[in-house]
Design a protein around this ligand. Structure first.
Ligand code: SF4
Ligand code: SF4
Length: 312
């Protein structure tokens, strides 16, 4: 490094927990979805539990473990041991996330989730599929977690995409303040806005936060110039009842700019991931509504004039 190098501008960096190529559920066409770590909500049905905490986490995959115990030897804090049956167990209270077990494991059974990436790193990844975006009308989606939890990083990625002529979408849980969401919306082509439960107490009980700020943000974005699609996770017994659906439609109907609704039936895949990061106690098993119920909800939105898709 030369004496002047430290004065050169560096691109902002942030924490990413996954980058998925060839996604067809996060906006139009074929997309690369960049998952930023950190979310303001803690939905009990979350399908990406490893996205919620903004900090890195250790993920252990028992199904991949070959019981070679290289991780036990590599761990400098004694956080990993074998139990009476020979299975590997992690004492997370002793783990400082140094990553040495992940380096030692030849079977990918230990991973640190949440890596620091610069905007340039992200751009290099998303540029790989430019040809698919151009052929399919796709682009890059920022998801999470919630990109609004890392606003400077998210904005810089959106700026980078725009400068390269790549179309973008931002998938948000909608709970943010200080105009972060409006700034992101001004830099993207599409906002995918998650809407969960209309009843305030039920929303707080199942997501950990009130829904007032979320509805306020949705109203502001719907009045802006960026296209907004509303995405509703459908969870049986939580938000699939007539009363909730009626209230969602009544709230959305006056917002002419919101034309499309994506219905995302619950699946339990998040529970296994929660176990792998040692947080199974924070999430709950739910059920998806029945096929008949989902069809009835689709019909109700269509009748109210919305374009409806299942699964995004
Ligand atoms: S290094 Fe990997 S495969 Fe070996 S015991 Fe540890 S987790 Fe299992
Ligand atoms: S990340 Fe480091 S401290 Fe934590 S279990 Fe692995 S080796 Fe041990």
């Amino acid at each position: 490094m030369g004496p002047r190098d430290r004065w050169k501008p560096t691109t902002p960096s942030g924490r990413v927990f996954d980058i998925k190529r060839y996604s067809i559920h996060d906006g139009p066409g074929i997309r690369t979805t960049v998952f930023l770590k950190g979310c303001s909500l803690g939905c009990l049905w979350c399908h990406n539990p490893e996205s919620v905490d903004p900090r890195p986490e250790l993920m252990h995959w028992p199904g991949r473990c070959a019981r070679c115990y290289a991780c036990v030897a590599a761990c400098p804090t004694g956080a990993i041991a074998k139990d009476a049956e020979g299975a590997v167990v992690v004492d997370r209270s002793k783990c400082d996330l140094c990553g040495k077990c992940a380096e030692a494991c030849l079977y990918d059974a230990m991973q640190i989730v949440g890596r620091e990436m610069s905007v340039d790193d992200v751009m290099a990844e998303v540029e790989k599929d430019r040809i698919f975006y151009e052929q399919s009308g796709g682009g890059v989606t920022l998801s999470g977690g919630d990109p609004a939890v890392q606003p400077a990083f998210a904005e810089a990625i959106l700026d980078g995409c725009r400068a390269r002529g790549l179309r973008t979408a931002v998938d948000t849980a909608g709970f943010s303040s200080n105009g972060a969401l409006e700034r992101l919306a001004s830099k993207t082509d599409l906002v995918l806005f998650d809407l969960k439960v209309m009843d305030e107490a039920r929303h707080r009980e199942t997501t950990g936060v009130p829904n007032g700020p979320i509805l306020e943000n949705l109203g502001k974005l719907a009045a802006g110039r960026t296209e907004v699609w509303v995405r509703i996770p459908l969870v049986a017994g939580v938000n699939d009842g007539d009363e909730n659906i009626r209230r969602v439609i009544a709230w959305l109907a006056p917002h002419e700019a919101i034309k499309r609704i994506d219905l995302l039936p619950y699946h339990s895949g998040g529970l296994e991931k929660a176990r792998r990061i040692g947080k199974e106690g924070r999430f709950r098993r739910f059920e998806a509504p029945s096929e008949e119920r989902i069809a009835a909800i689709e019909a109700a939105f269509r009748e109210a004039g919305f374009e409806v898709r299942r699964g995004g």
